[in-house]
Design a protein around this ligand. Structure first.
Ligand SMILES: Nc1ncnc2c1ncn2[C@@H]1O[C@H](COP(=O)(O)OP(=O)(O)OP(=O)(O)O)[C@@H](O)[C@H]1O
Length: 323
């Protein structure tokens, strides 16, 4: 659905994006994370074709954005919905009028607009608030209207730039649930820029970490979290803390995914017991229907290498924890 091939964006004296290759399949919720200045906003501006890459190509919904004429670009932008931090609604228009605006631009008649606006208000759980002005809505409700507006023209892609950073924890959860529901119901592909790892953990199927305009790591969330060597994985689901290491032992981090109907969780635990290792601490995280486990084992110093090898032979990622 979205493909970036060797994308570079150079501003005078600054390389904001430095050779980005990325593939985001249809229907995926993909998080883009990275420190301030990493290039996240530049990437999203390139995806909306508000900026043209200095080099490389971007395909959105099978269209090469770099090859389009200004007219074609205007049309292509209709297949891209945008949601910003704080919603960016027009204050002088009601929720319904805000949602209707892109439909008017797209040339839909008054009756068609009214019907679609109501459908969208219902979709975001604000069926009876179409006549409210943004100032009469809570932050979470404004963001719901912003999501409805972004979806109005039935885009193939929904780009969300820090969609929950102005919201409290409970409202954040509701908005993230809404984004997931919308994806499930419409099949829209979602890209979320965020600095909050909880947003990635709770919402995304896949994640990309940017640093200084380059991709540091990119992949499916379960794969990244079960990679015990990944700093991104540890930021998303921190490995359990251990205060005291039993004397004469070494700590080994392991991580694995367990899905319904698969015996992997109990299989790993019996393997750990067979190897004579102790489970010192553990964290479990639910991702969709899968359980991700991060365990810390304590193993006699002399048996560290053989334990890691035995776990690796069973396909379990294991890493000695640095002292
Ligand atoms: N229009 C511009 N002109 C010049 N430099 C720019 C421009 N936009 C971004 N940059 C530079 O490009 C780099 C990447 O910026 P960008 O805003 O994409 O980062 P970011 O990851 O979104 O950061 P933040 O999380 O703080 O928003 C920075 O060094 C920034 O100063």
């Amino acid at each position: 659905m979205i493909t970036l091939d060797g994308v570079r964006k150079v501003y005078p004296g600054v390389v904001a994006l430095d050779g980005i290759d990325l593939n985001i399949p249809a229907g995926q919720i993909h998080g883009i994370v990275g420190q301030s200045g990493a290039g996240k906003s530049t990437l999203i501006r390139c995806l909306t074709a508000l900026e043209r890459p200095t080099e490389g190509h971007i395909w959105v919904d099978e269209q090469d954005l770099s090859s389009l004429t200004p007219n074609q670009l205007r049309t292509a932008r209709r297949s891209i919905g945008m949601v910003f931090q704080g919603g960016n609604l027009l204050d002088a228009r009601t929720a319904g009028q805000n949602i209707a605006y892109p439909l008017k631009v797209a040339g839909l008649d008054r009756g068609g607009r009214r019907e679609r606006v109501q459908e969208l208000l219902d979709l975001v759980g604000l069926g009876d608030r179409g006549d409210s002005y943004p100032s009469q809505l809570s932050g979470g409700q404004r963001q719901r209207v912003a999501i409805a507006r972004a979806l109005a023209a039935r885009p193939a892609v929904l780009l969300c730039d820090e969609p929950t950073s102005a919201l409290d924890t409970q409202t954040t959860e509701q908005i993230l649930d809404l984004i997931k529901d919308v994806r499930d119901q419409t099949g829209v592909t979602v890209v979320i820029i965020t600095h909050e790892m909880s947003v990635v953990r709770e919402t995304c199927d896949a994640v990309t970490l940017l640093s200084k305009g380059k991709v540091v790591q990119s992949g499916r969330l379960d794969e990244i979290i079960t990679d015990t060597g990944s700093r991104l994985g540890a930021a998303i689901v921190p490995p359990p803390k251990v205060d005291e290491i039993p004397p004469g032992t070494t700590l080994i981090d392991i991580a694995f995914t367990s899905r319904p109907g698969e015996p992997s969780g109990s299989h790993v635990l019996s393997l750990v017991a067979e190897l004579g290792a102790d489970v010192t601490a553990g964290t479990f995280e639910t991702l969709g229907s899968a359980q991700i486990a991060r365990l810390v084992l304590s193993v006699e110093n002399a048996r560290v290498d053989s334990t890691i090898a035995a776990l690796a032979a069973q396909g379990i990622d294991a890493k000695e924890r640095a002292a």
